[in-house]
Design a protein around this ligand. Structure first.
Ligand code: FAD
Length: 322
C-alpha cells in the first residue's frame, strides 16, 4: 500500500480553487475605436483579471493591429494577454513566424483556432492548415525548438469548445471527439462558444468528461443586453439566441430596463455554470466595459487576492527614488 499523499492533506490545497476571470477584446478598427478601447482596458484592468484574450481575424486579416494591441498590453498594463491565433488560409511556415513573433513579444498564452471558412464558399489556399488541432501541434513544435528560451514560462494553449453543435459538425458527439483530439495534441484548456442555457454548458462538460477530456472548460459568457447584438451573434456563431430573453428585451422601452434584464440574465447564466463546476468565467466584452462590470459586481466571484501589481510596484519605486 502506498503512503497517504502529503499533497492531499495539505490544508492550503483543500477546499475550493479560486475562480479564473478573463475578458475578450478585439483589435480596434479605427483611431476612435482605439481610444474607446483603451478606456475599457483601464476599467477592466482595475478588476485584476487573470488574463485578457485578443481576437485575431481569420487568415490573419488584422495581424498587425492584433500584435500591436498585444504588445501594448504587455508594455503598458499589468494585464496578461492570451493571443487568439487562427490557422485557416495560412501555411505552417507563415504561422510559425507569427507564433515566434508573439513569443518574442512575451506572449505565453495562445488560443489555437481554425477560424471561420471564407464566406464565399472558396477553399482555403492549398498548403494551409486545416484544423485547430494542426495549429496546436505546430505551436508545440515551435515551443520545443525554443525550449531553452522558455525556461521562465512555457506556452499555455487554449482551444474552442462548443456547448451547442458547431455549425459544420455532424453532432455534439463529434464535437467532443474533436475536443479530445485537441487535448491529445497538447491543448491545456478550452473556452466555450456563447450559449444561452446553462444546461448546454453542463451537458458539454458531462459529455467531455465521459469521453476522457480532463482539461478545464471555461464558459464564455456574453452580457446579454442588446437585441441587435444577440441576433448578430446568433448569425455569426451559428447559435440560436434564447427566444425568451429576446422577448423580454423586446418588451421593454428603455435602455436602463434592457440593461437590468440583460445583466440579470447573464449573472444567472454564469452562476448556473459555476454551480455546474465551471473553473472560471470568460466575458465577451465587445470592447465595452460598463455591462461587463455590472455583471462582475453582481457575480461576486471567489477570487484570490493578487500581490502588488508590477506597474504599481514600479511606480512606487520611482516615487521613492525621486
Ligand atoms: P476546429 O476545432 O478545427 O473545428 C472546425 C470544424 O472542423 C468543426 O466542425 C469540427 O467538428 C471539424 N473538425 C475539427 N477537427 C477535425 C478532424 N480531425 N476531423 C474531422 N473534422 C474535424 N474566429 C476567428 O476568426 N477569430 C477569433 O479570434 C476567434 N475566437 C474564438 C474564440 C472562442 C472562445 C471561440 C469558441 C471561437 C472563436 N472563433 C474565432 C470562431 C472559430 O474560429 C470558429 O468557430 C471556427 O468555425 C472553428 O474553429 P475551431 O478552432 O473550433 O476549429
Amino acid at each position: 500500500m502506498s503512503p497517504p499523499s502529503l499533497i492531499d492533506v495539505h490544508p492550503n490545497l483543500a477546499g475550493t480553487a479560486p475562480v479564473a476571470l478573463s475578458y475578450e477584446l478585439f483589435p480596434p478598427r479605427s483611431a476612435a475605436a482605439a481610444e474607446t478601447l483603451w478606456t475599457t482596458i483601464r476599467e477592466l484592468e482595475a478588476t485584476e483579471p487573470d488574463y485578457v484574450s485578443v481576437t485575431y481575424g481569420a487568415s490573419g486579416s488584422n495581424r498587425d493591429t492584433a500584435v500591436d494591441l498585444i504588445n501594448r498590453l504587455l508594455l503598458e498594463t499589468t494585464l496578461r494577454p492570451l493571443a487568439h491565433l487562427t490557422c485557416v488560409g495560412n501555411t505552417p511556415a507563415e504561422l510559425a513566424e507569427i507564433i515566434g513573433e508573439l513569443l518574442d513579444h512575451g506572449v505565453r498564452g495562445i488560443l489555437a483556432l481554425r477560424g471561420d471558412l471564407p464566406k464565399d464558399g472558396s477553399q482555403p489556399a492549398s498548403g494551409s492548415l486545416r484544423y485547430a488541432q494542426d495549429l496546436i501541434e505546430l505551436i508545440r513544435r515551435v515551443e520545443q525548438r525554443r525550449s531553452a528560451l522558455l525556461c521562465a514560462g512555457k506556452i499555455a494553449v487554449g482551444v474552442a469548445a462548443y456547448p451547442t453543435r458547431h455549425p459544420e459538425s455532424p453532432s455534439v458527439g463529434h464535437d467532443v471527439e474533436v475536443l479530445l483530439a485537441k487535448q491529445r495534441s497538447g491543448a491545456d484548456f478550452a473556452i466555450t462558444q456563447v450559449f444561452f442555457h446553462a444546461t448546454e454548458y453542463a451537458d458539454l462538460v458531462t459529455r467531455a468528461r465521459r469521453a476522457g477530456v480532463t482539461i478545464p472548460i471555461i464558459p464564455g459568457v456574453m452580457p446579454l443586453t442588446s437585441l441587435r447584438r444577440l441576433k448578430r451573434l446568433g448569425e455569426l456563431a451559428g447559435v440560436d439566441p434564447s427566444v425568451e430573453l429576446m422577448e423580454r428585451l423586446g418588451a421593454v422601452d428603455t435602455e436602463a430596463e434592457r440593461r437590468r434584464i440583460g445583466v440579470n440574465a447573464t449573472v444567472d447564466l454564469a452562476n448556473a455554470a459555476l454551480d455546474a463546476g465551471a473553473p472560471g468565467i470568460h466575458l465577451y466584452t465587445f470592447n465595452e466595459h460598463a455591462h461587463a462590470l455590472d455583471v462582475l459586481d453582481k457575480l461576486a466571484l471567489p477570487r484570490a487576492a493578487r500581490p502588488t501589481s508590477r506597474l504599481g510596484a514600479n511606480a512606487r519605486r520611482q516615487e521613492f527614488a525621486s
